[in-house]
Structure formats: structure tokens, C-alpha cells
Design a binder for this molecule. Structure first.
Ligand code: GLN
Length: 269
């Protein structure tokens, strides 16, 4: 009996998903708002899968998201998402993917949120909404000890390693030319390239930079910071109900010190 009910439910869900898809296409094609009643219905279930909050991340970004055992994703973002899910009465599911795939996953409704030490930028705001910012990041430069790179200007003409699609990647291409920038699919690989001398430095966020420098001898971080940033969670532009719900939770958890506590657990002040 239960199984039968489940089949009917899933058939209904597929049907309503298909109906949503159609409405969206028609609405877009006609450029009008005939889809309004459907979007009201959609607001009732505010996540992609009933009962779940699906978070996309790239788990090579300690201490925001990483694994110690190769499977369980831990870190500041994982804990914040856990609190958001709990407050919403949802079960958290974390999907690990390349950083450059996260925005698309959010945009196309494959996941509910992107939470990945992600910097709020004008360009990304064209594709997704961002929640309240919950942390600050700084782009810094990792160099080998004794490097001749002493200032940001010294990066000119050097081979710069970055993580694909990150702000470090975008800024370095703008400032130093794409031909001088080598993009790796994650920070770990970029740092490996630095250690093996394939690049002269790595531009990456300060917190993972500190972790990478701690874990690998002979590396250090340039005193001058490259760029200051705000981290926030990305949510689909079609899901303002979820955006609003998360913002309320974040505001409360920032105000009562919970977020700061989580950050300090991983980054002792
Ligand atoms: N903060 C950087 C960005 O948003 C890097 C984030 C990351 O690599 N996870 O581009």
C-alpha cells in the first residue's frame, strides 16, 4: 500500500515538475505573467526535493569545506548549512563538485544553495541571488620562501596558479593577462603545482592559504593582501522564498553570535 502511494506521489511530482517546466517556457516565450498561479504553488515547497536542503560545494577549501576521511564533508560552510537545514526542518545533503559548476547547479535547480566560501560579485549576481554575507575573505598570494615576489606588482610576468572560476582567477587574468595565469580545478592542485615549480605563486583565499602553508613546508604568504571580499550563499533567482527564509535564519544566527562561534572553532582568533 505504501509503495503504491509512493508511486502515485512520484508520478504526481513528475507531472507537476513537467507542468512547471512548460509554464516557464511559455511565460518566457510570451514575456507575460500567465505563470503566476503556478509560482504561488511552487512557493509552498521551497526546496528542490521535498524534505531536503541540497547544498553544492567544492570540498577542497579548508576550513570552509574539506574532508578528513575522504567522504564526510566538514567545515564552516557545512556547519552553517546544517543550522539552516535544521531551522527549516530539512535534511542536509551536500554535493561535492568543481567550484566552477556550483553557480550553474544553483541556477538550473539541481541544488538549493551554493555554499563554498563564495565571494559576492556583480557578475555572479547576474545569474544568482546571494544571501546576507556571513564571513569575509581576502585574496592572498602564496609564494615559496625566499621568492623574488615581494609585492603584488611583482606578479607581473610571473606564472600565477589559481583555482578555476574563482575570483582569484578572474582578477589575475584581468590584472596580469590570461597568458600568465594557470587555472587548476582546485586549490590543492594549484598548491601542488607551486611546490613542483610549475607556477611561481598561487592566488587564493586567505583561510585555505593558511591551511595549505601549514600543511606544506617551504611556503609562505605575501604580506600584502590582493583583494577583500564578502562570502555568501548563492540561491536561485527563481527561489526568493528560500532566499528570504535563509536570510532570516542567517540574520538571527549572526546577531546571537552563533556564526562567529562556528568561524572561531575553525579559525581561532
Ligand atoms: N572566494 C573565492 C570565490 O568565490 C574562492 C571560493 C572557492 O574556491 N571555494 O571565487
Amino acid at each position: 500500500m505504501k509503495k503504491f502511494l509512493a508511486i502515485i506521489l512520484s508520478a504526481l511530482m513528475i507531472f507537476s515538475l513537467a507542468a512547471c517546466g512548460e509554464t516557464e517556457t511559455t511565460t518566457e516565450a510570451q514575456g507575460d505573467t500567465t505563470g503566476a498561479p503556478e509560482s504561488e504553488e511552487a512557493a509552498e515547497q521551497i526546496t528542490v526535493q521535498a524534505g531536503k536542503l541540497i547544498m553544492a560545494t567544492n570540498a577542497t577549501f579548508p576550513p570552509y569545506e574539506y574532508t578528513e576521511d575522504g567522504t564526510t564533508i566538514i567545515g564552516i560552510d557545512a556547519e552553517i548549512a546544517g543550522i539552516i537545514a535544521e531551522e527549516l526542518g530539512l535534511e542536509l545533503e551536500i554535493q561535492d563538485m568543481e567550484f566552477g559548476s556550483i553557480i550553474t547547479a544553483v541556477q538550473t535547480g539541481k541544488v538549493d544553495i551554493g555554499l563554498a566560501g563564495m565571494t559576492v560579485t556583480e557578475e555572479r549576481l547576474q545569474n544568482v541571488n546571494f544571501t546576507e554575507s556571513y564571513a569575509k575573505g581576502v585574496q592572498v598570494v602564496i609564494i615559496p620562501e625566499g621568492s623574488e615576489i615581494k609585492t603584488i606588482d611583482d606578479l607581473a610576468g610571473k606564472k600565477i596558479g589559481v583555482q578555476e572560476s574563482t575570483t582569484g582567477h578572474i582578477y589575475c587574468e584581468e590584472d596580469f593577462g590570461a597568458e600568465n595565469v594557470v587555472a587548476y580545478s582546485n586549490g590543492t592542485q594549484a598548491v601542488q603545482a607551486l611546490i613542483s615549480g610549475k607556477v611561481d605563486c598561487v592566488v587564493i583565499d586567505n583561510n585555505p592559504a593558511n591551511e595549505f602553508v601549514k600543511a606544506n613546508e617551504g611556503l609562505t604568504i605575501l604580506d600584502t593582501a590582493y583583494a577583500d571580499e564578502d562570502y555568501a550563499a548563492a540561491v536561485s533567482k527563481d527561489n526568493t522564498a528560500l532566499l528570504d527564509a535563509i536570510n532570516e535564519i542567517l540574520k538571527a544566527k549572526i546577531a546571537d553570535g552563533t556564526i562567529q562561534q562556528i568561524i572561531e572553532k575553525y579559525i581561532p582568533a
